[in-house]
Write a protein that binds this ligand. Structure first.
Ligand code: FES
Length: 112
């Protein structure tokens, strides 16, 4: 790797905050870590945690960096296709992105 290449290709932050944590946020993060290790790609795509993305309720929320894609309602069963997406092997996660987009739109409207 040259020094101009990014340290990571993508970093996925799984929320374990007051709303997402009790909805199995840690289990989602654990499933992500396990999947990345199983595929031997954790040096390129990294799991992480955050405490609140401001999109609380209705499931575990997450964000993919550096692209800034927000996901909502993520469950451990979503992880294989999430990692497929990270690797460019599948289409965008329209259902998870769509749920997050709805929440973001409501937040934006409430600020007006
Ligand atoms: S606690 Fe997860 S978005 Fe707020």
């Amino acid at each position: 790797m040259s020094t101009s290449e990014p340290y990571l290709k993508k970093h996925v932050l799984i929320c374990i905050g007051e709303s997402c944590g009790p909805q199995h946020g840690a289990a989602v993060r654990s499933a992500l870590k396990t999947e990345l290790r199983a595929r031997n790609i954790r040096q390129f795509y990294r799991d992480g945690e955050c405490t609140c993305l401001g999109l609380c309720r209705d499931g575990v929320n997450a964000v993919i960096w550096p692209e800034g894609t927000y996901l909502a309602g993520v469950t451990p069963s979503d992880i294989p296709r999430l990692v497929d997406y990270l690797e460019g092997k599948s289409a965008p996660l329209t259902d998870l992105v769509g749920r997050a987009s709805e929440k973001i739109e409501i937040k934006k409207q409430s600020k007006k």
